[in-house]
Design a binder for this molecule. Structure first.
Ligand code: NAP
Length: 245
């Protein structure tokens, strides 16, 4: 008997990086998974195939998280294929790096729409189909609480995700739905290829565990927050950054 047997998870941004690793980990614990993706359909299918080969169940559901229809289609995929929805992980997101004078109005629209609107639309679509005991985990960032020069827009979008997470935890608590956020430090993915090349060694040196993060590190933190062991945790943001000071 696996800990998530009989449960169904929808992970946005699961074609690559943190989301893909999370989908695989939740599936290995018994959950059937809806693999959300934006444009990388082949990558999403590969994640689903890997899960299938290991004896798990997964389907893919694509589209832009900025659109309500994308979220509605993913929920429909969960219900039609697996009959329920217990877990939502909102991993879809984009990065932005640039100082005061470089941030354009388009940047603001793009970053807030994907990181904040996308998270909100996913939660709005999922909750009506979730029952007592459901769990939602948003992905924020260490940079929400520790902004750096150049991270203003990205940090603001992720701080908004944390605020929304805390508010929805209060709103959904009476329905016994837990809502938490994981705030990763620097993790090696497609998103951070340049950052890792430029400042990976410096970040590792500032981190007690002496390395930068891997997607599996964050997937593990997410899995903990959706497990029954964290049944008393809601409205919190778990910093998963190797203890970086
Ligand atoms: P990644 O490897 O670049 O993957 C991003 C994922 O988001 C992909 O699956 C992508 O889908 C999806 N996505 C992006 N825009 C989308 C859109 N408009 N509609 C639908 N899907 C969209 O990124 P990652 O590093 O795994 O990051 C995952 C999450 O963790 C993000 O929210 C990120 O902000 C956060 N985070 C990352 C780090 C880090 O150091 N890596 C640190 C803190 C927080 P397609 O490729 O299919 O389009």
């Amino acid at each position: 008997m696996k800990t998530l047997d009989g449960q169904v998870a929808w992970v946005t941004g699961a074609s690559r990086g943190i989301g893909a690793e999370t989908a695989k980990l939740l599936a290995s614990r018994g959950a059937a998974v809806v693999i959300g993706y934006g444009t990388a359909r082949a990558d999403a299918q590969k994640v689903a195939d890997t899960i299938g080969t290991s004896g798990g169940r997964a389907v893919i559901s694509g589209g832009d998280v900025r659109k309500r229809e994308t979220a509605e289609a993913a929920v429909k995929a969960a219900l039609e294929n697996f009959g329920r929805l217990d877990i939502l992980v909102t991993a879809a997101g984009i990065n932005h790096w640039g100082g005061l004078e470089q941030i354009t109005e388009k940047d603001v629209t793009d970053v807030m729409d994907v990181n904040l609107r996308g998270t909100l639309l996913s939660i709005q679509a999922a909750v009506p189909s979730m029952g007592e005991g459901a769990r939602i985990v948003t992905i924020s960032s260490r940079l929400a609480q520790n902004p750096q020069a150049g991270s203003a827009l990205y940090s603001a979008s992720k701080a908004a995700v944390i605020a929304m997470t805390e508010s929805f935890a209060k709103e959904l608590g009476p329905r016994r739905i837990r809502v938490n956020s994981v705030a990763p430090g620097l993790v090696e993915t497609d998103m951070t290829r340049e950052a890792v090349a430029g400042r990976g060694a410096a970040v590792a040196a500032q981190t007690p565990l002496g390395r930068i993060g891997q997607p599996a590190d964050i997937a593990g933190a997410i899995a903990m927050l959706v497990s029954a062991d964290s049944g008393w945790i809601t409205g919190r943001t778990l910093r998963a950054d190797g203890g970086m000071v």
